[in-house]
Each structure stands twice: as structure tokens, then as C-alpha cells.
Write a protein that binds this ligand. Structure first.
Ligand SMILES: C[S@@+](CC[C@H](N)C(=O)[O-])C[C@H]1O[C@@H](n2cnc3c(N)ncnc32)[C@H](O)[C@@H]1O
Length: 158
């Protein structure tokens, strides 16, 4: 498969997964967390899909498209560890978390996701949903939408 085809499949799975998860949290109180602002594509999609939720977004740099710039009060700029600790101080209030850290080096991305998992767990509302491009540790893996191959995007419940 070409890298273009692979990227298209990843982005389609990401969008379908976010839409599916957003529809699942109707009965769960709480905010949304997007880990990895990047260009701001998933952040923009989440705020369009869930306009009544507060959407926190995290990244070590602010380098998104100008149209996707988050309000300063919702942007956690810094390394993931201290930013997750800061968010945890506000309580377990995340109903939906999207994990999109990583730079494409599989072994490093998997190790980082495993290292961050206990910190992510501390911000999750009981029963909250996580969707992730990398395997997370310590959560119950659940089946996502039928349209997404099980290894392409991963779904968990806190
Ligand atoms: C794949 S991009 C995110 C793409 C974004 N979700 C989008 O749709 O445009 C990953 C982002 O995560 C950030 N990142 C990766 N590891 C991080 C870490 N440990 N702490 C903070 N930011 C991190 C990078 O700076 C990068 O902008």
C-alpha cells in the first residue's frame, strides 16, 4: 500500500472513530481532551462535532492552522507529563479523550503511549471513552465501529 493510501485510511479511521465516540458519550458528563494539537484538524473536528463540550487540547508547540487556534484557557502547552498532571488536579472530568501523539517511529510511539497511560487514566471520568492511534495500557479495550479495522484505530473505556 502506498504511503498516500495508508494516510488516507488512517485519517478516515480517525474521523469515523471520533464521530462514533462522540455519539457514545451523550449520557456521560465531562469535557473532551485532544492529545496532539498538531495542525489542529482533529481539534477542529471535535469542536464542530461536540459544540457544547469544553475541549482541552495539548501540545508542546502551538503550530496549528490559524483557523484552528484554541482559546488560551483550553490549550495545555507543554510536555504531556506535566500537562496531564495539571489537568488531573482539576479532577476526573474527561468524558472523551483522543490520543494522537507520536511522530511515526512505531517503537518510540508505543513506548510513549504506554508511559503516558497511567497519567491519562488520572484525568478520565469513570466510564469515559478513549480513542487512540497507539496502544494504551490499563484500560478496557472495546470494539469500535465496524468500518474500522481493529488494529488501525483503538478504542478503550476508562
Ligand atoms: C500527529 S500530530 C497531531 C495531529 C493533530 N491531531 C491534527 O489532527 O492535526 C502529534 C502532535 O503531538 C505533539 N506531541 C507529541 N508528543 C508529545 C508530548 N510528549 N508532549 C506534548 N506534545 C507532544 C507534537 O508536537 C505534534 O504536534
Amino acid at each position: 500500500m502506498s504511503r498516500l493510501d495508508s494516510m488516507l485510511r488512517r485519517l478516515t479511521a480517525q474521523r469515523d472513530g471520533l464521530n462514533w465516540a462522540a455519539a457514545q458519550i451523550n449520557d456521560t458528563d465531562g469535557d473532551v481532551l485532544d492529545m496532539g494539537l498538531g495542525n489542529g484538524r482533529t481539534y477542529d473536528h471535535l469542536r464542530e462535532t461536540l459544540p457544547s463540550r469544553r475541549i482541552w487540547v495539548m501540545d508542546r508547540v502551538l503550530q496549528c492552522h490559524p483557523d484552528s487556534t484554541p482559546p488560551a484557557r483550553d490549550f495545555l502547552q507543554g510536555e504531556a507529563e506535566p500537562m496531564l498532571q495539571k489537568l488531573a488536579e482539576a479532577g476526573r472530568m474527561i468524558a472523551l479523550a483522543h490520543y494522537d501523539f507520536g511522530r511515526g517511529i512505531k517503537s518510540e510511539d508505543i513506548a510513549e503511549a504506554a508511559r503516558l497511560s497511567p497519567l491519562i487514566e488520572q484525568v478520565m471520568h469513570p466510564g469515559g471513552l478513549l480513542i487512540s492511534g497507539q496502544p494504551l495500557v490499563g484500560f478496557k479495550q472495546i470494539k469500535g465501529p465496524d468500518t474500522i479495522a481493529p488494529d488501525r484505530y483503538l478504542f478503550y473505556r476508562a
